[in-house]
Design a protein around this ligand. Structure first.
Ligand code: CTP
Ligand code: ZN
Length: 411
C-alpha cells in the first residue's frame, strides 16, 4: 500500500455528497469556509496528505451537501484545478475540474468608489471579466462598468476576510429537504393524520380525507425557521438543476402565502446569497374601483416590465384560488411567472365528494396558465413513510381514498 492510500483511509468514504480533491496544501480550511457547511453536516478534512501529482494536497469531504455554481466559481479562486467529485450511493457519479470562470457576476466589489456598482442607491450588479494569469496569483478582474482592475491580493481579501463569499451555502439533497419539511409539518400540527377510522377530516370539497394539510397551523418560531429553510433550499436546488429559471420576486397569495413568501425571500438571501424581492396581493382589492397594480399588489412599486415572479403557497386543493391570483398578476405589465412552488401536493383529482374530474389542480394550472407547479413534498412519499405505522383498517381508508380521488396509486 503506498502512502497516499494509507492516508486516504484515514478519511472514510461517504455515501452522498461531495469530495473536493487536489486542493493546494494548506488551503482546505479557507475552501471549507466558502462552503458554509450546515452545522449538523458531516465533513472531513485531510490536510497535507501526499499526492501523486502535486506533492502535498488537501482534501475535503462533505456529506449530504452539493455546491452551487456560485460556490464552484469562488472555490476556483482559491483552489484552481481542484477536482470536484459528486458522490451518490457511494459511487463517484461525476468528476469535474474546477476552473476559473470567464466572468463573475454579483460577487466581488469594484475598487472604484465612483463605479455604478458602488452607487449608494440602486447600485448595479458587478460584472467582472476574469483575466487568467500563468499562475493563480497573476489573475485579475476587470470591471465591465468602469474598467478598474482588481488584483489577486484584494480578490483573496474579499474571499477570505470580508465574508462576501460566506453569503450563500451549499445545496442540500432533495431527500434531506423532504425530511426536514415533513418533520416540521408533523411536529407543528400542519399535517394531521386521522387518528381512528371513525374520525376523517372533511375537506372544503366535501371529501372525507384521512389527513389534512394546513400550513397556517405553524405559528412557532422553530417551525417557521424550518419552513424558511425548506422553501429556500428547495428553490435553490431546483434553480441549480435548471428546473426553476431565475426570477426577481417571490410572490405569496393572500393570506397564507404571504408569510411563506416573506420567509422564502429572506431564506434565499440568508442561505444562498440571492437578492430577490417579496410581493403579495390584497384580498379586499375589489372595493377600490380602480385596479392598479400598486393598489392590489403590495411591493409592486419596485416592479419593472419584463421582470419575473416565483409564486409560493402551501398546497392547492381546487386550483381556483391560484387562478384568481394569477389574474391579479396581470396588473403587472409584461410579467412572467416562472413557477409555483407548494409545500405539499395532495396528488388528487379536482372535484368534490361525488364528482371527480380528470385533472389535478397542478395539471389544471399547468394547462390553463402554462405555469409549472413544483411541490417539495407529496402524499405518495409521505404515505410510504407512515404506512408501516398504520393499522390495517387505517391503511384501507388511505388506499380507498386514493383509489377514488387519487392521481397516484398508494401501495
Ligand atoms: N470518495 C469518497 N467516497 C466515495 C467515493 C469516493 O470519499 N464513496 C473519494 C475518494 O476517497 C477520492 C475521491 O472521492 O478522494 C475521488 O474518488 P476516485 O475517483 O475513486 O479517486 P481517484 O481515482 O484517486 O481520483 P482522481 O483521479 O481524481 O485523483
Ligand atoms: Zn467598476
Amino acid at each position: 500500500m503506498d502512502s497516499t492510500s494509507k492516508r486516504e483511509l484515514l478519511v472514510s468514504k461517504i455515501d452522498n455528497g461531495i469530495v473536493i480533491d487536489h486542493i493546494p496544501a494548506g488551503k482546505a480550511f479557507q475552501v471549507l469556509r466558502l462552503l458554509k457547511v450546515e452545522p449538523d453536516a458531516q465533513a472531513f478534512i485531510a490536510q497535507n496528505v501526499d499526492s501523486k501529482t502535486m506533492g502535498r494536497k488537501d482534501l475535503i469531504k462533505v456529506e449530504g451537501t452539493y455546491l452551487t455554481s456560485r460556490q464552484i466559481d469562488l472555490i476556483a479562486f482559491l483552489a484552481p484545478d481542484a477536482t470536484l467529485n459528486i458522490i451518490q450511493d457511494w459511487d463517484v457519479k461525476e468528476k469535474r475540474k474546477i476552473q476559473l470562470p470567464k466572468q463573475v457576476e454579483g460577487i466581488f466589489r469594484c475598487p472604484n468608489p465612483l463605479c455604478p456598482t458602488n452607487a449608494q442607491y440602486t447600485p448595479s450588479r458587478t460584472i467582472f471579466k476574469v483575466e487568467k494569469g500563468e499562475r493563480i496569483e497573476e489573475t485579475k478582474l476587470n470591471c465591465t462598468y468602469c474598467g478598474s482592475v482588481t488584483y489577486y491580493g484584494p480578490i483573496l481579501d474579499q474571499l477570505t476576510r470580508d465574508g462576501i463569499a460566506v453569503e450563500g451555502s451549499g445545496l442540500v439533497s432533495q431527500e434531506k429537504i423532504e425530511r426536514v419539511l415533513l418533520d416540521a409539518l408533523v411536529k407543528g400540527g400542519a399535517l394531521r393524520f386521522q387518528p381512528t377510522p371513525k374520525e376523517p377530516f372533511t375537506l372544503k370539497s366535501g371529501r372525507k380525507s384521512p389527513y389534512f394539510v394546513n400550513l397556517g397551523a405553524l405559528t412557532d418560531g422553530e417551525s417557521l425557521g424550518k419552513l424558511k429553510w425548506a422553501f429556500a433550499s428547495y428553490i435553490a436546488l431546483q434553480m441549480e438543476k435548471g428546473e426553476i429559471p431565475d426570477f426577481d420576486y417571490v410572490f405569496g397569495p393572500s393570506y397564507k402565502g404571504i408569510s411563506l413568501a416573506a420567509l422564502t425571500c429572506e431564506g434565499l438571501r440568508e442561505l444562498y446569497g440571492m437578492k430577490k424581492r417579496f410581493m403579495y396581493d390584497r384580498k379586499e382589492e375589489k372595493g377600490y374601483g380602480d385596479m392598479t397594480a400598486d393598489k392590489v399588489i403590495v411591493g409592486a412599486g419596485y416592479y419593472k416590465p419584463g421582470q419575473r415572479i416565483l409564486v409560493v403557497d402551501d398546497t392547492i386543493t381546487t386550483g381556483a384560488t391560484k387562478i384568481d391570483t394569477f389574474e391579479k398578476l396581470h396588473l403587472l405589465e409584461d410579467h412572467k411567472v416562472v413557477g409555483l412552488v407548494i409545500a405539499v401536493d395532495r396528488q388528487e383529482k379536482m372535484g368534490d365528494a361525488d364528482h371527480i374530474e380528470a385533472k389535478t389542480p397542478s395539471e389544471n394550472i399547468e394547462e390553463e396558465l402554462g405555469i409549472k407547479v413544483f411541490s417539495i413534498q407529496n402524499i405518495k412519499t409521505i404515505y410510504s413513510l407512515i404506512k408501516d405505522g398504520l393499522d390495517p383498517e387505517m391503511k384501507r381508508l388511505w388506499l380507498e381514498y386514493y383509489n377514488k380521488y387519487g392521481a397516484v396509486k398508494l401501495e
